[in-house]
Design a protein around this ligand. Structure first.
Ligand code: HEC
Length: 146
């Protein structure tokens, strides 16, 4: 993609939020194959979540299908969700909470523009249960927020 398309979002826009979704690192975990493809976004899979788990003593978590969350929430609910949600590691909720509200709204428009949500990501696995998918071991382990 030409770098001219990667404009910083100082107002609410779909284009601006492609930028936020990349720089915020959302595709890094929520788009399957993104890391392996060194940042090339497969628009079919973009932000649909991932079946590659993150394993540590708290269990195995999966980056969720953000298209599904955006489908379920109104724009205002989405903003409220991003501002107040604490998730399990390695989801960087502290980075998301630091986002400007206009960026949260742009992100919503961008996710909605991606199309049908498709399937949910696998459910998280409890501690000690062997994951049924490939996973990334988190070593050293990261302690989730109490
Ligand atoms: C290092 C990997 C990683 C990155 C980077 C990341 N996420 Fe996540 N995200 C996850 C994982 C794993 C979960 C599931 C956590 C859990 O099960 O509690 C998650 C969960 C979420 C949830 C909660 C979904 C739900 O079902 O309640 C939201 C919302 C979310 N991420 C948004 C984002 C946004 C927006 C970005 C980019 C700014 C982002 N994430 C970047 C890994 C990541």
């Amino acid at each position: 993609m030409p770098s001219s398309q990667l404009l910083a979002a100082d107002e609410v826009s779909v284009e601006g939020c492609l930028y936020i979704s990349i720089i915020g690192g959302c595709h890094f975990c929520h788009t399957e194959g993104y890391r392996e493809a060194e940042g090339k976004i497969d628009t079919e899979k973009a932000l649909k979540g991932s079946s590659v788990g993150w394993r540590s003593p708290w269990g195995t978590t999966y980056a969720s299908n953000l298209r599904e969350s955006a489908r379920v929430y109104t724009e205002d609910k989405w903003v409220d969700y991003l501002k107040n949600r604490f998730t399990m590691p390695p989801m960087p909720w502290y980075q998301v909470q630091a986002m400007a509200e206009s960026d949260m709204r742009s992100l919503y428009l961008y996710i909605k523009s991606l199309g049908a949500p498709g399937d949910a990501a696998p459910r998280s696995r409890p501690p000690g249960k062997e994951p049924r998918t490939p996973y990334v071991p988190l070593e050293p382990p990261q302690t989730p927020r109490k």
